[in-house]
Structure formats: C-alpha cells, structure tokens
Design a protein around this ligand. Structure first.
Ligand SMILES: [Zn+2]
Length: 224
C-alpha cells in the first residue's frame, strides 16, 4: 500500500477586530488572525482537493483589506499548484468542509473534479434563495450542475478507509470534516470550522453564527 500524501497550501488569512461572534470574550485570547488553508490529498487511486480558501480576487489587493473582518491572500492557489506539478484541472474529487466564502474561494476555478457534498449542504446553498449566512453563491455557482456525489452522512473517498469524509453539521447545514490516516503522523482530522480557536475545542464554544447549536455540539461529541 503506497503512502498517502497531504499537501497544505496557504490560501489566505482572516483578521478579526473582535472574536465575540465566536462566543469567546476578547480578553480570553490575544489571537485575532486565523489561517485559511487548502489541502491536496494524493492517494494511489486519485487526488482530492479539500477546501478552497479565500476568493482568488482577494490577491488583487496587496496586504490586508476590508473592515471589521480583514482578509489577505498573498498568492492564489492556482499560482501555487505548479510547485507540485498540478493545476486546477488535476483533481479527481473536490470536497469543501462547507460552503462559506472562505472555504470555496477557488471552487469555480476547479475543472473536471467530481464534487462530494452533503445533500443538506447542497440543498441549502444551491437553493434559489440562499439563507445560510456567510455564503457567496457567485463563488461556486459553476458547480450547481457539476458531476457530484451527494452524500448523507460519512463517505469513504477511496474505499480503503484511509480518507473519509465525516458528517459534522451545525456550523452550516451540511458541514463535514476530513479524516485522513497518514503514515508518519497517524490519523488526522481536518476539522474545517468545527473549531476556530483552541478554546473553542476545550470549552465547546459554538459561534453565534452557526446555523444549529445543538447539532454543532453533537458534531463536537462525535469527532473528539
Ligand atoms: Zn465557516
């Protein structure tokens, strides 16, 4: 069995003036910057893109931009991919932890990949009238009719148990996390926005903008 490989890309940063929307008081931690990664999983049977970072247009402006919540993107994902010999049409599968704007920034730029998405997330974020906060359908609307695998629960991506999408709803209707069994670290869970800060995990803090608090707590119970 050949080794799985996981590549991590810098797909931007967010900076918050206040983190109270995460149900954390501003004096509980000094941390205000959150990283926004994109991941590429290389398996002998295919290649998976997991999460799509900030919108590529963020890189049109140098440094931090916006107000309240600042963002920055120093190099787009498509500029970085050639470093591992890939481009935006190199993926067999694409899956996003959820459809918030900071996780699907490159979604419309990915070509030829089969989308793996929870049915609940698809129904909520491709609806004629999208009511989920924090999503921007113009970032992912090309995917509406893309080849897709609609899942309702967990999904073993390559069928050998080493790369598994785990349903973890609550942050959004169909939020999901990625379990990956790496040879040199052992099992790792890429937890999307199930947790934003260490204190979120320690104290089970649920952001105020999550769509379902009880569902989030149940997802935390399942994945810890
Ligand atoms: Zn989110």
């Amino acid at each position: 069995m050949s080794a799985l490989k996981l590549y991590v890309f810098d797909c931007g940063m967010l900076r918050f003036e206040s983190i109270e929307d995460f149900s954390i008081a501003d004096d509980e931690t000094d941390i205000r910057d959150l990283i926004v990664p994109c991941y590429v999983v290389e398996h002998e049977d295919g290649r998976l893109l997991w999460d799509g970072g900030l919108p590529s247009k963020t890189a049109d402006v140098d440094g931090w931009q916006g107000e309240g919540m600042l963002s920055r993107l120093d190099r787009t994902f498509s500029e970085q991919l050639p470093e591992i010999g890939l481009d935006m049409s190199s993926f067999d599968y694409a899956a996003y932890s959820h459809m918030h704007f900071d996780h699907v920034g490159v979604a419309n730029e990915v070509h030829g990949a089969t989308l793996i998405i929870q049915k609940t997330e698809y129904d909520a974020t491709f609806a004629d009238e999208v009511t989920v906060p924090g999503v921007d359908p113009t970032l992912y609307d090309n995917l509406k009719d893309a080849e897709r695998i609609l899942i309702e629960g967990d999904h073993d991506v390559f069928g050998d148990g080493r790369v598994r999408i785990i349903s973890a709803p609550g942050h959004t209707p169909g939020h999901q996390v990625l379990f990956i069994d790496l040879a040199n670290t052992g099992p790792v869970v890429l937890s999307g926005d199930l947790y934003h800060f260490a204190i979120s995990r320690q104290d089970r803090r649920v952001p105020e903008f999550n769509v379902d608090r009880d569902m989030t707590l149940a997802s935390m119970d399942r994945s810890c």
